[in-house]
Design a protein around this ligand. Sequence first.
Ligand code: PGA
Length: 261
Amino acid sequence: MARVRWTIGNWKQNLFRGTAELLATDIVEGIPAELLEGPVRTKIGVAPTLVALDALAPWSRPAGPLYLFGQNCAAQEEGAFTGEVGPGQLADVGAHGAILGHSERRTHFREDDALIARKVQCALQAGLRVVLCVGEGLEVRESGEHENFVISQLSASLAEVDPELFQDRLILAYEPVWAIGTGKTASARDVGAMHKRIRSWLTEHHGATGADRSILYGGSVKPGNAAGLMAAGDVDGFLVGGASLEAEAFLQIVRLVAEAS
Ligand code: PGA
């Protein structure tokens, strides 16, 4: 069975309910009909700000084509944790999943692998999909230790996950920190090598279920570099930041992901 392809827009702390609705409308109206009617070749997701999630319900699965993701999720279901939102609460406002371990959360909010591991387990347990992000900073890349670094992040971030929960709800995203929002993209060769390493780790530790996980690339993905990155090998789509805020650019990336051989 072919692995599932995904194109997911991470809108970060941008847009309001009204502008998020407008962007979702433009995206949904521009999705090529064959992607909706034929065998779907890329699933399409967006991760709006939390307070706009429920406003996007009319465009989201199963009523519409979009899968909705939160950009974060608490490590526990509920309780006395001021400011937190649990996976059940995310699902309640329409989310199908959550992005976890994004480098902006790791850096600005000091989230470490141990916390992310608990978040991943809690979200999967609650039935959400999880896009787990891993990626090295520039210093690590320059030291040549990037593959070992990413594998240790991956292994630690999945340390709490009950293997039974692996199934089809876990999606990986390799996002080199130095390529996020900087306009710098990793070369297709570097991306292919890292994805291959991630895939072999997943296969070694989680067998066929691990081997089937979708591995996305993220970091300055644009219409101009998406086809080359899809051809890198072991790339099952993208997590797109900046370019996902423009419907036409995002749609071009969606098409390139769907059409890649
Ligand atoms: P970018 O962001 O596409 O703007 O680099 C990617 C991400 O943060 O997921």
